[in-house]
Design a protein around this ligand. Structure first.
Ligand code: NAG
Ligand code: NAG
Ligand code: NAG
Ligand code: NAG
Ligand code: NAG
Ligand code: NAG
Ligand code: NAG
Ligand code: NAG
Ligand code: NAG
Ligand code: CA
Length: 510
């Protein structure tokens, strides 16, 4: 290997062509056991990459790349019956930082937008298909190795391989290692801190899909509550987004002193759906007693067979988007896929979900995917730093669950917020939907794509920059200034900005 390294040493400083040559002469598959080459290409800044063999359900057919880079893609086996598609993007201008990106839903979709975003900011970045392709769990059926890749092994595999290849390619060891992910990706980051405390020095774990088995059960529980979309008394999307959302705002928007469509602290919103009950002999712009009961159940925590909590309640304020998926009168696709292909079998009927199914899933805990650590001592003790955030109008994972985790973790580690602040900080983002978008100042540099880019890469405005500074300079952020662009369009300029506080400080104290 030493002989090969010396071949790369004498390249001249100037020269796009030298970087291009260096890229095209790289032989990544030679260094990763049993891997095979999928792609090796030099990508010039401004290229619109296309991914013709990418699963169409991933809905990522192309990606604009902003900087010159070397793109490596390998197929890496993880067992005799599983493998991951690994992408490593190596920018010409490199900050000596390594970064891994996560996934979403129950998908096997490479987040090319995050690779583009982080390489634009000079990280060498990896991503993967998390061991399977597309947005269902279908290949996990009777293949626990694919479940293991999905639960934790894919991310660890690509991190180890990515670090090796990054050091070889630049002929220099990376200095610090980072992770960026949201939703399932938030869970992946916290799982990595738990299982592989040396993988990352800094982690951004957004809207995390923690307590994963119970999360799938909670999301499965809505279909039996709402009934099918054609059932009598079904609460339509229009009713949710106008009548019910309007009443939620009527009762709770002003609690923070400002009627702006944003409930600054959903914990303070004790929504009373009975306010919408139909008066005698009226039937429009109101709810029947049975519908009020449905709404009340949706805004209640879910308890299990033995009375213990399965998942906290949905936070009020998220009705508009939640009515398009969780309350849409059809099975929630991720939960359905998880029960059909991992917990039970394809004949499982989502309309029969009950809390016994939740107990079965939680007891099975496939590949230990749960993710509910009672300490992160390994990560903490080697100086790791972690930032989590969660949107206050999240329509897919209730933000109350991340509050529950923070408080559980505080008790389990016997650490006050001041003590947790040493390595773990949690920011609530009022008015943010699931990982992005919403009426709030939701742009905090949390991901690539058209939305979250557009704020400067500085710690005051950008969570990734904030974790980098925390790791490299020891300076942690007390708050993050979020940005709302006019019509969520960066070129139209800033609409307004808002300071997002740590969870332990009162949101109403600004
Ligand atoms: C590595 O590849 C060889 C040859 O294809 C195969 O026999 C072996 O099972 C592979 N090992 C793993 C761990 O995939
Ligand atoms: C990239 O190419 C795809 C497919 O040709 C096209 O749909 C997309 O609009 C292009 N993106 C940009 C930013 O040019
Ligand atoms: C995923 O798709 C790639 C092509 O992009 C293919 O090589 C690989 O075998 C697929 N993986 C699985 C698990 O189907
Ligand atoms: C609702 O739709 C399902 C599936 O399309 C159908 O089987 C059922 O009969 C319908 N129920 C009513 C009450 O219309
Ligand atoms: C409601 O309607 C019923 C018959 O439809 C009538 O007997 C009753 O007086 C009405 N009540 C009110 C409060 O209008
Ligand atoms: C699922 O169960 C419901 C309620 O028991 C039943 O009405 C429906 O026909 C079942 N669907 C399938 C596909 O078996
Ligand atoms: C309650 O049930 C859940 C799910 O089966 C289990 O994990 C938990 O340990 C049980 N708690 C008690 C107190 O029995
Ligand atoms: C580094 O930390 C010091 C305080 O120790 C702070 O004053 C300075 O602004 C930080 N620099 C950067 C670039 O973050
Ligand atoms: C923002 O979008 C709304 C609705 O699509 C539109 O009416 C308005 O003109 C847009 N504003 C700007 C500045 O583009
Ligand atoms: Ca408000």
């Amino acid at each position: 290997m030493a002989c090969c390294l010396t071949l790369w040493l004498p390249f001249a400083v100037h020269a796009v062509s030298n970087f291009r040559d260096k890229c095209l002469s790289f032989t990544p598959e030679a260094y990763i056991y049993n891997s095979s080459r999928h792609v090796l290409e030099y990508v010039a800044a401004g290229t619109n990459l296309t991914f013709p063999d990418n699963d169409p359900t991933c809905a990522r057919p192309s990606q604009l790349v902003a900087v010159d880079l070397c793109r490596v893609a390998l197929l890496i086996p993880t067992s005799s019956r599983s493998s991951v598609i690994f992408e490593l993007w190596l920018p010409e201008y490199w900050s000596e930082r390594f970064l891994a990106t996560g996934n979403g839903g129950i998908d096997g979709c490479i987040r090319y937008e995050d690779l583009a975003y982080t390489t634009q900011n000079s990280f060498a970045a990896v991503g993967s298909n998390n061991g399977h392709n597309g947005t269902t769990a279908i290949t996990m059926y009777h293949n626990p190795d694919i479940v293991t890749d999905f639960a934790w092994r894919s991310l660890h595999t690509i991190t180890v391989a990515g670090k090796t290849l990054t050091n070889l390619f630049y002929d220099k060891a990376y200095k610090k290692s980072y992770y960026l992910g949201c939703s399932l990706g938030g869970r992946q980051g916290i799982k990595a801190a738990d299982m592989f405390p040396s993988d990352f020095d800094g982690i951004v774990a957004g809207s995390p899909a923690l307590d994963f088995n119970n999360l799938q059960s909670w999301r499965a529980s809505f279909f039996p509550i709402t009934g099918p979309a054609n059932s009598s008394g079904f609460i339509s999307e229009a009713t949710w987004s106008t009548l019910i959302h309007g009443e939620v705002l009527n009762q709770c928007d002003g609690l923070d002193g400002v009627f702006d469509g944003i409930i600054e602290d959903p914990d303070l919103c004790n929504f009373r759906p009975e306010a919408l009950l139909c008066k005698k002999n009226t039937s429009t712009n109101c709810l029947t007693a049975a519908q009020v009961e449905i709404v009340r159940q949706i805004f209640s925590p879910l308890y299990g067979e033995n009375g213990t909590l399965i998942y906290p309640a949905m936070q009020p304020g998220s009705e508009i988007l939640a009515s398009q998926n969780l309350y849409a009168g059809k099975p929630f696709s991720y939960s359905k896929s998880w029960f059909q292909y991992v917990v039970y079998n394809p004949s499982w009927n989502a309309s029969t979900f009950n809390i016994h199914d939740a107990a079965v899933a939680e007891t099975l805990n496939p590949s230990n995917i749960r993710t509910w650590p009672d300490n992160l001592d390994g990560f903490r003790n080697r100086g790791g730093k972690m930032i989590s955030y969660h949107g206050g109008q999240d329509n897919q994972i209730t933000s109350f669950d991340t509050e529950r985790f923070y408080n559980y973790f505080s008790r389990a580690t016997q650490a006050t917020s001041d003590e947790l602040d040493y390595f773990f900080r949690f920011f609530r983002v009022p008015g943010m939907f699931h990982c992005n978008s919403g009426p709030g100042a939701w742009v905090i540099g949390q991901e690539g794509g058209p939305g979250a880019a557009g704020v400067p890469f500085t710690s005051a405005y950008n969570v990734l920059a904030a974790v980098v500074r925390w790791v490299e300079n020891g300076t942690a952020v007390e708050d993050i200034v979020g940005t709302k662009f006019v019509n969520d369009t960066v070129s139209l300029g800033v609409d307004y900005q808002h300071r997002h506080c740590k969870y332990d400080s009162s949101l109403l104290d600004l």
